[in-house]
Design a protein around this ligand. Structure first.
Ligand code: IVH
Length: 682
């Protein structure tokens, strides 16, 4: 390709990628598949790698910085970033409206036109576009000067690196009244960066698992994510933005706030779809009620609405007082945080046996919902926040997220408060409790009542014992009626038992009895998988079956032997060992055998590849990855999914991943697909 053509090709790819980004992240209406998008990105990456002098900072490949910063610089806002006066009651909003009318002279005869929009609970930022390119971005800071978080803002996919020309910026549900408006030479955009609630929950769950302190609310999580010196961390958090205003704009004048928002939309910036014109304060009240009703169903946290006088000339006449505009108001919802007292701490047992401490509190209304239980997550969180029974605490809830205890008000302590420790025995079945990472688990497995339903559901599922016709509802009915207490009881059910239950007729009962009978001959891996041992999925069940050849073999083994097996790490070894050393589990296994479930033996396959472990990386051309793994296993070898020194052959296909580098580092034997085929002789 000629030099000029390469440049053009790169430009074209960038423009296409920007447009698809916009369709996906701003309009939520993708027009190509993820694979097609990835392909465009790869093409651009390759061209840029070969022509590094053509890389520009606004290229879609440059969204994540290579190195962490040492510290943030500062950016002075050309126009101060103001804050809003709050109102909590309609009377206060009405007073605001009356003041607006009074201060406008000559007084308008008609009602004031407001624009109302959800008030997003995130953090305020400013984006600067020069000649359509995103050049800098900062936090609000003290209103005059903020932190330069340009690199981190670039990782937010709904922030365009280049503004779009009007005509391309149309999409589903995004009607644009002011298409083809000129893009100002300098455009300062203000908006709220936030973390969607689902992402907030996931981040906290991950942090809980790894024992890191949790974020108290989505706003803190968003701020924590944006103020990272390493933009790779920011990039791993799906932050999003709603733009709600402008600072200085060069060369273009808007007459209303509505028009400004429409223009931002045409430029490809993301604005809130719930924004609405409200004629007069009564209409604002209606909007407030409408959004408050929707609040729990929204995928992000909203703590009220913001109303703004639509007419920009009016805004100028109203002016600013003590750093808040007289033309805008935050009309808040009922708070999502309240204080109450902890009466006791209970421990709940989940489906997987995880123990969760729950604070039982004096009932309190939080954001319109009465709350009397709040999660305390785990022992580390209790210790970190120093939560004690009898404490006065702040509880919060966001969206449908389970309420949680945010902090203790220590000033309210009387000295009577009692510290709390998660018990050593399961409160439901009295089995030993063990701690893995930050979480405590009940080792009762198959016999713990809280785990029973979940365990049975897993046991009968398609990939496990495959008992057809036994749905979740039936299992709940059986357990609630005391008909079954563990998975083995299924094999002791009789026609009589079933026919006595509601909703069971001769035919369905007979079908179930047959399905149960049929399930008595599982393969060894299925039987192992069906037991629901923590950390033992289908793959691990295969590994165990092949290694030990029988369930008895696994029961008798010890931790050392388990640890010596490739792919079994300390946590899994511990979990397997504990499972088979819990007397309840051994009892249930005995009951299964007595009921006629056949425990199969599996001979070690002495194939050509016996004792050899393979790892695949990159795309193979002759077989699918799973096919290749099957072939290895058929010949007595093992296929690993993660790299370690125990691997004998690393088979590389096209575009091998990081495992290839790691293999070289470990000095493992690396072979091509052809060499692999020769080993198999296929
Ligand atoms: S307008 C002068 N609109 O609320 C007007 N603010 O205390 C400046 N916020 O700092 C703000 N959603 O972080 C505006 N739709 C919205 C908003 C919003 C959230 C935040 C913003 C601001 C704070 C006001």
């Amino acid at each position: 390709m000629k030099k000029d053509d390469i440049k053009k090709e790169i430009e074209k790819l960038r423009e296409d990628i920007n447009f698809h980004n916009y369709s996906y992240y701003v309009l939520d209406n993708p027009v190509i598949s993820d694979a097609e998008y990835d392909k465009l990105m790869r093409q651009l990456e390759e061209l840029e790698a070969k022509n590094p002098h053509l890389i520009t900072p606004d290229s879609p490949t440059q969204r994540v910085g290579a190195k962490p910063l040492e510290k943030f610089g500062t950016i002075t806002h050309t126009m101060p970033m103001l804050s809003l006066k709050n109102a909590f009651k309609f009377e206060e909003a009405k007073e605001f409206d009356e003041r607006v009318k009074r201060l406008l002279s000559p007084q308008p005869k008609e009602e004031i036109e407001y624009v109302a929009e959800p008030k997003i609970d995130g953090l305020a930022i400013e984006l600067i576009y020069e000649d359509s390119r995103f050049t800098a971005g900062s936090t609000r800071g003290d209103g005059y000067t903020g932190e330069d978080v340009t690199q981190n803002l670039k990782t937010i996919k709904s922030i365009p690196m280049r503004l779009l020309k009007g005509q391309r910026a149309r999409g589903k549900g995004q009607e644009i009244e002011t298409a083809n408006i000129k893009i100002p030479s300098r455009l300062e955009v203000r908006g709220e960066v936030f973390l969607p609630l689902k992402a907030f929950e996931k981040i906290n769950k991950d942090r809980e698992k790894s024992g890191e302190p949790l974020f108290a609310n989505p706003r803190n999580a968003a701020a924590g994510s944006l103020r990272q010196l390493d933009s790779r961390i920011t990039a791993s958090r799906p932050l999003d933005i709603f733009c709600y205003g402008v600072g200085v704009i060069g060369g273009v004048k808007f007459t209303t706030h509505w028009e400004t928002m429409e223009a931002l939309k045409t430029f490809g910036l993301k604005t809130n779809p719930l924004i609405k014109k409200c004629n007069g304060i009564e209409a604002v009240l209606e909007y407030h009620q409408e959004i408050e009703k929707k609040r729990d169903a929204l995928p992000y946290e909203v703590d009220g609405i913001v109303i703004k006088v639509n007419d920009i000339e009016f805004q100028g006449r109203l002016g600013v007082i003590t750093r808040s505009p007289r033309w805008a108001l935050a009309y808040k919802f009922k708070p999502r945080e309240e204080t109450t007292k902890i009466k006791s701490i209970e421990v709940g047992v989940g489906r997987t046996g995880a123990l969760t401490p729950v604070a039982i509190m004096e009932p309190v209304e939080v954001g319109g919902v009465t709350v009397e239980r709040a999660t305390l997550h785990n022992q580390d969180e209790i210790d970190r926040k120093d939560v004690r029974v009898g404490d006065t605490v702040v509880v919060a809830r966001a969206g449908d997220v389970i309420p949680e205890v945010v902090m203790v008000i220590k000033e309210k302590r009387t000295g009577q408060e009692k510290t709390f420790k998660i018990p050593e025995k399961c409160p439901l079945c009295n089995s030993k409790v063990e701690r893995i990472g930050a979480i405590h688990f009940c080792t009762g497995g198959l016999s713990c009542p809280a785990q029973v339903k979940g365990t049975i559901k897993h046991f009968v599922s398609k990939r496990a014992m495959d008992i057809d016709g036994l749905g979740d509802k039936h299992i709940e009915q059986f357990v609630d009626d005391g008909l079954i207490k563990d998975v083995a009881d299924l094999y002791y059910l009789t026609m009589d038992n079933l026919l006595k239950l509601e909703r069971w007729a001769e035919r369905s009962a007979e079908n179930l009895m047959n399905a149960i009978e049929k399930s008595k001959h599982p393969t060894l891996p299925r039987l192992i998988y069906a037991l629901g041992i923590r950390q033992v999925g289908e793959h691990m069940a295969h590994v165990l079956a092949e290694e030990f050849g029988s369930l008895e073999g696994i029961i008798k083994t010890d931790k050392e032997i388990l640890l010596a097996i490739h792919e079994i790490g300390p946590e899994t070894a511990e979990s397997i060992y504990d499972f088979f050393h819990e007397p309840h589990n051994i009892k249930v296994i005995g009951k299964l055998k007595k009921a006629g479930v056949v425990f199969p033996q599996m001979k070690k396959i002495a194939g050509k590849l016996a004792g050899k472990t393979f790892l695949f990386t990159g795309a193979l051309t002759s077989f699918a990855r799973d096919e290749a793994k099957d072939l290895v296993e058929k010949q007595g070898g093992k296929a690993a999914s993660s790299i370690s020194k125990k691997i004998d052959y690393v088979v590389i296909g096209a575009e091998p991943g990081s495992k290839y580098d790691e293999a070289k580092r470990l000095g493992l034997k690396v072979i091509t697909e052809e060499e692999f085929k020769r080993l198999l002789k296929v």
